[in-house]
Write a protein that binds this ligand. Structure first.
Ligand code: ZN
Length: 269
């Protein structure tokens, strides 16, 4: 993923919420969030304290808040260094027990996290890890989905069952379709190959895969994505679509079984 390392940070505005998308490590993204009204700054996950610290310094920003999605080291590895350097308050999932370094506040499903004048709702999405959470800025129609959903993919089931993950993805599917989703890895090109292997003739997917190929050839990120794009093209969100069930030879099967089969195929792809 040498191309990704050369990408520079990208900045998006969602009303009062600015999001700086920062490539880190091999294929991670860190997200710096600023509430333009209050000047409050947060990061979603901390893959690399040095890269995040440098990006904050470049902008003359402090760091008030760290929002962790799950315990994996490529999401929490910079927590303690950034807390020590900037005095950030760390909010992380209660369901990850004591595996979030430096956590100050443990949150559960339905909790609200104030961020300056903005507000994020916490959704528990177990499956990738047992306590994974997503931060949903409903007013800005923006979601930070960590390793639960990827563009054209979903997280591996390290600590959860297919039924749990299908339920978790249902919470994301229930967001307004125009919601902009930020996922934590640039896996889209590989995910597109897998999705096409299941449904080589699915027209929206073919179009999307061509666009992804073009973006990656230019060194552009494929993240963020919209929920509506994913609903049309991501096989892991379409386990209840009869066309997908038929394509994996499971016509009439329960969505959970279709989901489990697609996830197993991806693990073996
Ligand atoms: Zn992870």
């Amino acid at each position: 993923m040498a191309v990704l390392r050369q990408q520079s940070a990208m900045e998006n505005r969602h009303g009062p919420l600015t999001v700086v998308q920062l490539p880190c490590l091999q294929d991670n993204y860190a997200f710096l969030l600023k509430d333009e009204g209050s000047g409050t700054v947060a990061t979603v996950d901390t893959p690399d304290a040095d890269a995040i610290g440098a990006a904050l310094n470049e902008r003359g920003w402090g760091l008030d808040l760290i929002l962790n999605t799950h315990w994996h080291p490529d999401h929490t590895g910079g927590n303690e260094a950034l807390k020590a350097r900037f005095g950030a308050h760390i909010v992380g999932p209660a369901g990850e027990d004591d595996r979030i370094p430096g956590r100050d506040r443990a949150v559960v499903d339905g909790d609200q996290v104030a961020f300056g004048g903005l507000n994020a709702q916490v959704l528990e999405t177990p499956g990738h890890t047992k306590g994974h959470i997503v931060f949903h800025f409903a007013d800005q129609k923006v979601g930070f989905v960590g390793d639960t959903l990827f563009s054209l993919g979903c997280g591996r089931l390290f600590e959860g069952t297919p039924a749990q993950m299908w339920t978790s993805l249902g919470k994301l599917r229930a967001m307004p379709p125009e919601t902009v989703l930020y996922c934590a890895h640039e896996y889209t090109a590989a995910n597109a190959k897998f999705a096409l292997s299941l449904e080589p003739d699915h027209a929206p997917l073919k179009e999307r895969a061509a666009e992804i190929e073009r973006l990656r050839a230019e060194g552009q990120p494929t993240v963020p994505m919209t929920l509506s794009q994913e609903l049309q093209t991501n096989p892991f969100l379409r386990a209840d679509d009869p066309a997908l069930a038929a394509s994996v030879g499971l016509r009439g099967a329960a969505p959970t079984d279709v989901f489990a089969d697609v996830r197993r195929r991806k693990d073996e792809f």
